[in-house]
Design a protein around this ligand. Structure first.
Ligand SMILES: [Mn+2]
Length: 305
């Protein structure tokens, strides 16, 4: 099994344009600056959805569903048995990535380590913003949240949402571990409580106890065959990553992420590592891409084929 590099990206899931450019900027940076070992990884065919931003919820859900289907039907077969480093766009793309993972490693025990300032657990019933990038985990878990809904949906909207849930793969609440969460809406907090989802918030992270947290993650995923690490850069403190749609202060440090993921990559069968939500149009003096490259450099030894 070798690591490959891929761009699997969309940006209609968020409010600001620029996350598609972000996926390409990371790829170009690796390519033109000869960043090892990443430049030497073979690249997989890209999946990119360039639909312009829609206001209408039904249209946004339909576009998202198209992306998810392309990931699982056209892209998944190209992955073969390789491992993939993915530069993605807005975080709604994760539902497509997970649909592909569910297909590729069908029958295996699959776990998700979701590193993010947000839980991305909303549904069209509960979301205040209606941005799909706040809903990928809601889709993967097949949630509705009608009992805590902010609105009713039309029959067409419900049909598309049901299809999105069906095609986003099958994730159980006991198979996902949240790290770095610190900006929750009340509906998301309710879901985490009701579904008893494992969550280590940013406030609970003691940077001096990396091994304590690493051990919790390793114990949680004991016996799993495939781990998907979905890394939303806004899990990091906003100081390090101004170039993202929803920066949040009081987050993780790059050093912490490097040391923690070093253990995770060493000890767990990580087969997909996704870096999401980089937006170069919002960056300040290249600080964000520097942070991301620092993290990639720190983890380089795990990606040599
Ligand atoms: Mn996210």
């Amino acid at each position: 099994m070798e690591w490959k590099l891929a761009i699997v990206a969309r940006e209609d899931g968020g409010r600001s344009s620029g996350t598609l450019a972000g996926a390409f900027a990371l790829f170009n940076y690796v390519w033109f600056n000869d960043v090892k070992p990443y430049k030497d990884l073979g690249t997989l065919e890209l999946v990119m959805q360039t639909e312009k931003k829609e206001k209408d919820l039904l249209k946004r859900l339909e576009n998202w569903l198209d992306f998810i289907n392309e990931c699982s039907e056209a892209w998944a077969p190209l992955v073969g048995q390789n491992k993939v480093l993915i530069f993605s766009g807005d975080h709604s793309g994760a539902a497509g990535i997970f649909s592909a993972i569910s297909r590729i490693w069908q029958g295996e025990k699959i776990g998700v380590l979701w590193i993010d300032a947000h839980a991305d657990l909303h549904t069209p019933f509960t979301s205040p913003s209606l941005n799909p990038h706040g809903m990928p985990v809601g889709a993967m878990l097949g949630l509705d949240g009608k009992h805590i809904r902010r609105r009713d949906l039309s029959d067409d909207e419900i049909n598309v949402w049901n299809t999105i849930k069906e095609f986003s793969g099958r994730l159980s609440p006991e198979d996902i571990f949240y790290l770095g969460v610190r900006s929750l809406e009340k509906e998301e907090a309710t879901f985490i409580k009701e579904l008893d989802i494992e969550c280590v918030s940013a406030q609970e992270v003691n940077p001096l106890d990396i091994h304590g947290i690493a051990n919790r993650i390793l114990t949680f995923f004991e016996g799993y065959d495939t781990i998907y690490v979905s890394f939303d850069i806004d899990s990091l403190d906003s100081f390090y990553v101004p170039g993202t749609g929803t920066p949040v202060p009081a987050g993780l440090t790059p050093e912490f992420i490097i040391e923690l993921l070093d253990v995770v990559f060493e000890q767990l069968p990580v087969k997909v590592f996704e870096i999401a939500e980089y937006n170069p149009l919002l960056d300040v003096q290249g600080r964000t891409i520097k942070t991301i490259m620092e993290i990639l450099n720190g983890l380089g030894r795990h990606f040599t084929s």
